[in-house]
Write a protein that binds this ligand. Structure first.
Ligand SMILES: Cc1cc2nc3c(=O)[nH]c(=O)nc-3n(C[C@H](O)[C@H](O)[C@H](O)COP(=O)(O)O)c2cc1C
Length: 234
């Protein structure tokens, strides 16, 4: 058995009274999950919709609690870190992560960034040692596979694309993914939403097809299926 962690982050719902308002990124991710679950119904599934239920922003108290040794934390500090502990436990239990994200202002939604801020935490998902010179941070989790699903209104954010320099969504997710313990990344992108033309229709159809194909390949091949990590109590 493996564990799938699915994080959606669009503020839009999957099914609205007017289907034109449906989240594209959520529907592509849903296609991946549905295919996976058809093949491996026994797998554990954890779902977070951070677009609709955003995690709290971190605070000065949060940072203070993180840097207080576990044995000295007050009940209030433990409470401050409770959400972070829960979100980190979900990531560490996962073998496969599916993160879907709209592009908002050329990057990820603030709600998804808030999720990362709760998770990328010293002593839990990375450690810090100046003995390592210019690269003191080292991730503590490993072995996970990440599927990044994105939707954008414009197009050409990929390497060599006409808007490569404005594409801060996938590069940022890739940079942060190492703190989730991710070794292998797959990308699925739908573009052209703001144009509403044939290019958009084809782009969404291709992304859904790729989601289905990738879910079949990964779930049936046994690749990516065991990377559960132990997280220490720091
Ligand atoms: C607040 C906001 C900001 C957006 N910023 C961008 C942007 O910078 N670049 C872009 O290509 N599309 C942008 N879009 C369009 C969305 O990326 C597009 O509608 C996408 O399909 C949203 O994802 P969803 O369908 O999963 O909700 C923006 C949309 C919203 C609502």
């Amino acid at each position: 058995m493996s564990t799938l962690l699915h994080v959606d982050s669009s503020v839009r719902g999957t099914n609205n009274p007017n289907p034109d308002h449906d989240s594209i990124s959520k529907n592509i991710a849903r296609r991946f999950i549905d295919t996976w679950q058809e093949n491996r119904p026994e797998d554990e599934y954890i779902y977070r919709d951070v677009g609709v239920n955003p995690p709290a922003f971190i605070t000065q108290e949060w940072i203070g609690a993180v840097f207080t040794p576990v044995e000295n934390r007050t009940p209030a500090q433990q409470e401050t870190l409770a959400l972070s502990d829960t979100l980190i436990a979900e990531v560490s239990a996962a073998d496969v992560l599916v993160i879907s994200s709209p592009m908002y202002n050329y990057g990820m939604p603030a709600q998804l960034k808030a999720w990362f801020d709760q998770i990328v935490r010293i002593g839990k998902t990375f450690d810090f040692d100046l003995e390592r010179g210019d690269f003191p941070l080292q991730p503590l989790l490993s072995g996970k596979t990440l599927i990044i699903v994105t939707s954008s209104g414009e197009f050409g954010f990929e390497k060599g694309g006409i808007r490569e320099e404005s594409g801060h969504l996938v590069p940022h997710l890739r940079t942060l993914s190492k703190y989730l313990g991710v070794d292998t990344i797959y990308e699925i992108s739908a573009e052209y939403q703001e144009f509403g033309d044939e290019r958009h229709r084809v782009s969404v159809a291709n992304a859904k097809e790729r989601a289905e194909r990738l879910a079949s390949e990964l779930s049936l091949s046994g690749q990516a299926l065991s990377s559960r990590n132990e997280v220490t109590d720091a």
